[in-house]
Design a protein around this ligand. Sequence first.
Ligand code: HEM
Length: 133
Amino acid sequence: MCKSDQLKEYTSEEVSKHTSEDDCWMIIGNENNGGPKVYDVSKYLDDHPGGAEVMLDVSGQNADEFFEDIGHSAEARAELKKYLIGTYKMSEEELEKVRIAAEKRANQTGGSSVMIIMVALVAIIYAYTQGYF
Ligand code: HEM
């Protein structure tokens, strides 16, 4: 059994209750790095190089975008792991957003493969008309 199977699953309703200095939770993670997870960062607030305030501002919420936008180092990501308490159960609305984003990406990839085939075809026709074959 993998570790995440044993972790408790939290909803946004539960996470949103932990927004104080002594009890500060947040959601960090996305589909590119194992999915959103819940962290209890209460003990890290005073040690955070970016300050406690920015962390408290996003307490009880999904802080993934903020965490990624700063471009946190590998050390920061290793530190983060220490505070993991559970996985995050996305709402239907959030799941729908992820589905739409994944579909968009799939369509873009589909579009670029068609382009590659077109370019290859043009190259073959050109080579043929120039007498390379
Ligand atoms: C438990 C979660 C977090 C950990 C372990 C963490 C860790 C760190 C570490 C180690 C640094 C020093 C630079 C680096 O090594 O990347 C840093 C800087 C910083 N972090 Fe975090 N961070 C966390 C969450 C957040 C969140 C949620 C925000 C924003 C809402 C944030 C904002 C910042 C800022 C503004 C800096 C300063 C960047 C600079 O030096 O210009 N951090 N963090």
